[in-house]
Write a protein that binds this ligand. Structure first.
Ligand code: 5AD
Ligand code: SF4
Length: 445
C-alpha cells in the first residue's frame, strides 16, 4: 500500500472557518490524505482564508509567497486557497500568484477531492459556485468516525441578508441559508457518539436560523436548541454570532429555562451612536440594544455579554465615539472584540469619507483600555463563586487540567483524578492574567 499523502491546512478568521477546515480535512481523508502540522512535509497546502478586513486578505498573499521555495523544491506540491478570499478574488489569486493550483469557495468544499484530482492532472482548478445541495451532508458522509475532543462547532446557518454597510459577508458567504433540523440533529448525535459534550452552533447570523423542521415548517433557533436539549450525552449548548434584531422572545426565554444553554451571549452592536448605526445600516439603535440586554438579563441575570465594535467608521466624530464608550459603560461586557474600520471594496461604506488612520488608532486604544478594565473586573468577580467547568486538556503544571467555565473563562484545577471531557463544579479561588484557578467541589462523569 502506498504511503498516505499529507495535507497541511492553515486557517484564518472566524470559527466557521475552523469548522470548515475540519470538514475539508475529513473529506480529503477520503481521498487518501492525512493531516500534518508542517507545510514542509505536505503534498498539499490549503489556506482557508478570511476576507473580513484588508489585512486578513493581504496576509494570504504574503503567506503564499513564502511557499515559493517549497514548490520549487517539489513541483508535485499542490497549493490551494479556500475560504472567503477565494470566493471574492478567485480568478485574481490565480493571476497574481501562479503557485496556486486550486481555488475553492466556501460553498464548494464538497467538491474538493475532485478539484484536487484535477490539479494533480496538471490543470488549474477553480470552483466558486453557490450550489444548492447541502455541502456539509456530503462532506460528513465522506468523513470517518474518528474520536473527537469534548467541544465542537456545528454550522447550522450560513450567509447573511443584513448588508451592514461595512461588511463583505453577504457577498462572500452569500444569502442566508439554514440547514434542516434533522441534519443538525443527526450531526449533533454523531458528534456526541464521538466524545463531544459541548456544541457551539455556528452561523454568520445564527439567531436568524429558520431551518426546516420535521413538521415541514421553519423552526427557530430556540426550537432547535430545545430539540438539542433532548440529546443524551450533550451537556452544553452555545451559539454564535447573533444579530440584535433576531433575538426573539423564545430565544431570550431559553436562556433562563434551558439548563444546557450556557450563560454567555455574543451580541455585536458595532457602535453606540445612532447616527453611525444608521449609516452602518444596522436597523437598530443604541437604546433598543440596551433595552434588549435588559430583557436578556431579566431572563438570565448572570449572563456574560460579549460584543464586537468598529472604530473609525466613515464620518465617525469624537462625539459618536464617546457614545460608543458610553454604551460599553452601560452594558459592562465580559468580553469584546474591537477593530479599526477597514475599507472593503464593493461595500457601500468604502466610497464614503474616511477617518484618519491616526484617529482610528487612538480610538481603538481608548476603547480597548475600557474593555480590558471591564473584562478584568468581570473575570475577577468570579472569585468565590461556584461554576461548572468542562475540562478539555492537561494544563502546564503536572496534575493540572484546563477547561472552560459556563461563562467561557479558562479555568485550571490541580487534581490528578480529572480527565478531559469531565464536567465538574468548581469554586473559583484566584483570577490570573488570562485564566482562573479553581478548586474541585464535585466531579461528575
Ligand atoms: N472593518 C472592520 N471590522 C469589520 N468587521 C466586519 N467588517 C469589518 C470591516 N470592514 C467586524 C465586525 C464584525 C466582526 C466579525 O468583524 O465587528 O462583527
Ligand atoms: Fe456582516 Fe454581521 Fe452585518 Fe451580516 S449582520 S452584514 S455578517 S456584520
Amino acid at each position: 500500500m502506498s504511503e498516505a499523502k499529507k495535507l497541511y491546512i492553515k486557517t484564518y478568521g472566524c470559527q466557521m472557518n475552523v469548522y470548515d477546515s475540519e470538514r475539508m480535512a475529513e473529506a480529503m481523508g477520503g481521498a487518501g490524505y492525512v493531516e500534518t502540522d508542517s507545510p514542509e512535509d505536505a503534498d498539499m497546502i490549503l489556506l482557508n482564508t478570511c476576507h473580513i478586513r484588508e489585512k486578513a486578505a493581504e496576509k494570504v498573499y504574503s503567506e503564499l509567497g513564502r511557499f515559493k521555495g517549497l514548490k520549487e523544491a517539489r513541483p508535485d506540491l499542490k497549493i490551494g486557497v479556500a475560504g472567503c478570499v477565494a470566493q471574492a478574488e478567485g480568478e485574481e489569486i490565480m493571476r497574481r500568484q501562479p503557485l496556486v493550483d486550486l481555488v475553492v469557495g466556501p460553498q464548494s468544499y464538497h467538491r474538493l477531492p475532485e478539484l484536487e484530482a484535477k490539479a494533480r492532472d496538471g490543470a488549474k482548478a477553480l470552483d466558486t459556485e453557490f450550489p444548492l445541495d447541502d455541502k456539509f451532508d456530503t462532506l460528513r458522509k465522506r468523513g470517518g468516525k474518528a474520536k473527537r475532543g469534548p467541544t465542537a462547532f456545528l454550522t447550522v446557518q450560513e450567509g447573511c441578508d443584513k448588508f451592514c454597510a461595512f461588511c463583505v459577508v453577504p457577498y462572500t458567504r452569500g444569502a442566508e441559508v439554514s440547514r434542516p433540523v434533522a441534519r443538525v440533529l443527526e450531526e449533533a448525535r454523531d458528534l456526541v457518539e464521538r466524545g463531544v459534550r459541548e456544541i457551539t452552533l455556528l452561523g454568520q447570523n445564527v439567531n436568524a436560523y429558520h431551518g426546516q423542521g420535521p413538521d415541514g415548517r421553519d423552526w427557530s433557533l430556540a426550537q432547535l436548541i430545545w430539540e438539542l436539549d433532548k440529546v443524551d450525552g450533550l451537556e452544553r449548548i452555545r451559539f454564535t454570532t447573533s444579530h440584535p434584531n433576531d433575538m426573539d422572545d423564545d430565544l431570550i426565554e431559553a436562556h433562563g429555562t434551558c439548563a444546557k444553554l450556557m450563560p454567555y451571549l455574543h451580541l455585536p452592536v458595532q457602535s453606540g451612536s445612532d447616527r453611525i448605526l444608521k449609516r452602518m445600516n444596522r436597523s437598530h439603535t443604541a437604546e433598543s440594544y440596551l433595552r434588549l440586554i435588559e430583557k436578556i438579563r431579566a431572563a438570565r441575570p448572570d449572563i456574560l455579554m460579549s460584543g464586537d465594535f468598529i472604530v473609525g467608521f466613515p464620518e465617525e466624530t469624537e462625539q459618536d465615539f464617546q457614545d460608543t464608550l458610553d454604551l460599553i459603560e452601560a452594558v459592562n461586557y465580559g468580553y469584546a472584540y474591537s477593530f479599526k474600520y477597514s475599507t472593503r471594496p464593493g461595500t457601500p461604506a468604502a466610497e464614503r469619507d474616511q477617518v484618519d488612520e491616526a484617529v482610528k488608532t487612538d480610538r481603538l486604544h481608548r476603547l480597548q483600555a475600557l474593555i480590558t478594565r471591564q473584562q478584568r473586573a468581570v473575570q475577577d468577580a468570579m472569585v468565590g463563586r461556584e461554576v461548572g467547568v468542562l475540562f478539555e486538556k492537561p494544563g502546564r503544571l503536572p496534575g493540572q487540567m484546563v477547561g472552560k467555565s459556563d461563562y467561557l473563562h479558562a479555568v485550571h484545577v490541580s487534581d490528578s483524578n480529572l480527565q478531559p471531557g469531565q464536567l465538574a463544579r468548581v469554586e473559583i479561588v484566584e483570577s490570573g492574567a488570562n485564566s482562573l484557578a479553581g478548586r474541585l467541589v464535585t466531579a461528575t462523569a
